[in-house]
Design a protein around this ligand. Structure first.
Ligand code: GYE
Length: 336
């Protein structure tokens, strides 16, 4: 039988002590059932620190992890929802370290601000696997590997599609960008990727890039403000579907139309089912897919680490783009 750092019963006891009083409000203890006695037959204990539940994408990402790190698959999952607060993520990671989990998986809300806690994990000898968002390069020695999307590439895809869509149009094209969470690698990559294509076109004018934190409420609020500030918006680039849903509400409240044949061309990211349905209806012109199904890859990486096999520093998930012409083929199979 495999010797783990700590047997699971001891872990449960510590966990109860540590988390006692936190309760569901803190969003901790996702997959823990304190009442079930667990026998450690080589169970792999994984602590997952999730950013929050700010978007449909995020919920799908959490589900993908929870579906794979199950008792049946030989895992014991401690899942923590940080509710969009970096300090909650730091706290969760510290808990995982005290519990001597076998692996820490976490989606860093921002690219920076992890120095101390990641050093603590390293000193404790616990491998850290990043999920979804990345860290600044200076952290390269403090995590084992990363599983996620090519955010810069997603931004470029949006730009290249728009290039194609606008054809040889030479008049000025006015754009606004709704950006995701400040400091998040997905926001940084998508912004830069799109900007780099925009720079190649002297007639593309980015009027403003507004922070909207990946939420529907902020998307609506910011879009309402942008519409009042700039009466002539031609293109909206919204860095996730949730912000797009809010923005579409604001646009229709302002009496404007979007999508195919509409006044404002809409580019969105994530490609969740509800957004794909809007692509099919021609309300959204383009949705750049971001794949939240990262659980399987994470488990594969852990299996490799368990077998002491080589692993890469980064694993990219597959992604595509959706336009009204071909989206119909994909909608029914979309589970999120
Ligand atoms: O696009 C957004 C989520 O980091 C890729 O975070 C992720 C983004 C995703 O809240 O919907």
């Amino acid at each position: 039988m495999k010797i783990r750092r700590r047997n699971i019963i001891g872990l449960l006891l510590s966990l109860m002590l540590l988390l006692c009083g936190c309760g569901e409000e803190q969003g901790t203890t996702g997959a823990i059932d304190h009442k079930t006695p667990v026998n450690d037959g080589g169970t792999i204990v994984v602590g997952v620190s999730q950013v929050g539940s700010e978007s449909v994408w995020r919920s799908a990402n959490s589900k993908s992890v929870q579906e794979v790190f199950t008792k049946e698959n030989g895992y014991y999952l401690i899942f923590d929802n940080a509710r969009q607060k970096q300090e909650n993520q730091v706290k969760a990671i510290r808990n995982f370290i005290s519990l001597q989990v076998d692996y820490i998986v976490f989606s860093p809300i921002t690219e920076d601000g992890w120095e101390t806690v990641l050093k603590e994990a390293k000193d404790a000898g616990i491998p850290v696997i990043l999920m979804d968002r990345k860290l600044e390069n200076k952290y390269d020695g403090l995590y084992t590997t990363w599983v996620g999307s090519d955010f810069y590439g997603e931004g470029v895809k949006a730009g290249r599609w728009l290039e194609d869509y606008l054809g040889d149009k030479t008049e000025q094209v006015n754009m606004v960008v709704l950006k995701g969470t400040k400091g998040a690698s997905s926001m940084i990559g998508r912004t830069k990727g799109f900007q780099d294509v925009a720079k190649e076109h002297s007639n593309w004018k980015i009027l403003e890039e507004a922070d909207a934190d990946y939420t529907t409420a902020k998307g609506e609020e910011e879009m309402e403000r942008l519409l009042k500030t700039y009466p002539d918006i031609d293109v909206l680039v919204s860095q996730n579907d949730d912000m797009t849903f809010g923005a579409l509400k604001a646009i229709s409240a302002a009496g404007k139309s979007t999508g195919v044949g509409g006044e404002i061309t809409v580019i969105s990211f994530d490609a969740v089912k509800r957004a794909l349905e809007l692509v099919e209806k021609g309300v959204i012109n383009l949705d750049v897919e971001c794949n939240p199904n990262q659980g399987e890859k994470l488990a594969e990486v852990i299996t490799r680490l368990e077998k002491k096999q080589n692993i890469e520093k980064a694993y990219y998930v597959d992604e595509m783009i959706f336009t009204p012409e071909k989206v119909g083929l994909y909608i029914k199979d979309r589970t999120y």
